[in-house]
Design a protein around this ligand. Structure first.
Ligand code: SF4
Length: 333
């Protein structure tokens, strides 16, 4: 028995880009560097936040078994995910569900959207009775405030991005996973449906007792749904803590930058979300070769930040920070 659902244990992920054989061929890109965190086996939403290119989606793909780590282990309920996929694939797929940024790819454009739901019920839940499946689908849609008559029987292109995304949560309600991996689930839907989607997510946590890894570049939506926040910067975790504490009192200079970019705390605030959401894509070029991953942008950078990489250390209240300004590391600089 383990007390966690998902565990990243000293995980590094290195991609090779370009041609050539062996060590010297192509270019090596370190997407994740020694990442460790857990998602406990209890209802809750853990938000993984960071800018584009910080490694968030790599974590999603590792958690779903779509990638294998270069170094370290990714465990689900104490077993490596690669083992689950070898020996218990359908159980893993039923217990760990994904909601991606653009759900369009899930649907076959030549079939009505209902097919995805019926197929999942048949393959993962062994429900072959069409009428019974229909009643489950209708009930699940109503639970999440959707009107079945406006959605069922339509083709993917006839629904909005928000409706397609909410159908993925209906799927979760039907399959009843233990863990949901939601990778930027609201970034491509408009503000009004975004709030409804987030409410639906909170409803799933309450009614099904699921855990969720909510991956986003947007601290405002993270603040709205998350119990815990993990901050990722250039493939390194720089801060972990209770969501309210992290937002109210960010410690790491990078988290402070993210929090400072928030203007309004409520995702129902429509256009203000767009204004507050930072897009620092161009800054992903600023990854240092050595030292602290944030040192090029950090107003507090010191000599030691160039030479060493700060450990992620406990600083009280369950908070962990990787910065030479905190803990015992601070006294030695
Ligand atoms: Fe800034 Fe140094 Fe802390 Fe990195 S370790 S965040 S460069 S003060």
């Amino acid at each position: 028995m383990t007390d966690h659902l998902l565990k990243f244990d000293n995980v590094s992920m290195i991609f090779k880009i370009g041609g050539g054989l062996g060590l010297f061929g192509g270019k090596r890109v370190v997407a994740l560097n020694d990442v460790s965190f857990t998602i406990p086996d209890k209802p809750g939403i853990v938000a993984l936040v960071g800018e584009s290119g910080s490694g968030k989606s790599t974590i999603a793909r590792l958690a779903l078994g779509l990638l294998r780590p270069t170094v370290g282990q990714v465990l689900y309920r104490g077993r490596e995910i690669s083992e689950w996929l070898k020996s218990d694939k359908y159980r893993f797929r039923r217990e760990v569900q994904a909601v991606f940024q653009d759900p369009y790819g899930i649907y076959n454009p030549y079939y009505k959207v209902d097919r995805v739901l019926y197929l999942a019920l048949r393959k993962l839940m062994r429900i072959n009775d069409r009428e019974y499946a229909q009643s489950l689908i209708v009930n699940a849609m109503k639970t999440l405030g959707m009107r079945p008559e406006e959605v069922l029987g339509r083709y993917p292109h006839q629904l909005s991005g928000g409706e397609r995304q909410r159908l993925m949560l209906v799927l979760s309600l039907l399959i009843k996973p233990r863990l949901l991996i939601a990778d930027e689930p609201v970034s491509m839907i408009d503000a009004s449906l975004r709030a409804i989607f987030l409410e639906n997510l909170l409803e799933l946590k309450k009614t099904l007792g699921i855990s969720c890894l909510y991956i986003t570049h947007d601290l405002i939506t993270a603040n709205y749904v998350a119990d815990e926040i993990i901050v990722l910067c250039h493939g390194k975790i720089v801060e972990i803590g209770d969501a309210t504490n992290v937002i109210r009192d960010p410690l790491h200079p990078y988290t402070k930058l993210l929090v400072d970019s928030m203007l309004l705390p409520d995702p129902r605030a429509g256009k203000a979300i767009e204004a507050a959401s930072i897009d620092v894509r161009s800054l992903s070029e600023l990854k240092p070769e050595k030292g602290c991953v944030f040192r090029y942008r950090c107003p507090y950078a010191m000599k030691v930040c160039v030479e060493g990489v700060p450990d992620l250390i406990e600083v009280g209240d369950g908070r962990k920070v990787a910065c030479y300004l905190y803990g015992e590391q601070a006294s030695s600089v």
